[in-house]
Design a protein around this ligand. Structure first.
Ligand SMILES: [Zn+2]
Length: 117
């Protein structure tokens, strides 16, 4: 399952972050996934919950937010949110658009406790 390996990679990168930044405890991980990523949020949450038990993240909550997709006009470089299917640039009317964002997963922020400096 794709989401299970994503959850695994997520846990690994957060644990690496904890080590590097000497974070004692992460209470919440917030990730943003794009609507075009094809990632099923429920499957990702399930994967995280089934993998976190033997890790320092056993009590960590996973918050999943959807990040909006955006389109970039190739003619005038205007960037606009892609809330609904758009086929031309609202600025210049060009139909030469490139989709940016919305197809990825990234960690938005971590809520942590007991940060040692
Ligand atoms: Zn344009």
């Amino acid at each position: 399952m794709h989401e299970l390996s994503l959850a695994h990679a997520l846990i690994k990168s957060v644990i690496r972050e904890m080590t590097e930044r000497r974070i004692a405890r992460v209470t919440t991980i917030c990730v943003r996934i794009g609507p075009l990523s094809g990632i099923m949020t429920e499957a990702l949450a399930f994967g995280f919950e089934s993998l976190r038990s033997d890790t320092p993240l056993a009590a960590t909550q996973l918050r999943i937010e959807e990040s909006p997709a955006a389109a970039v006009c190739q003619r005038c470089a205007h960037t606009f949110p892609l809330d609904e299917p758009v086929f031309s640039c609202p600025e210049c009317g060009s139909e030469d658009l490139r989709i940016s964002g919305g197809d990825d997963l990234h960690i938005a922020y971590l809520e942590v406790e007991n940060v040692c400096v």
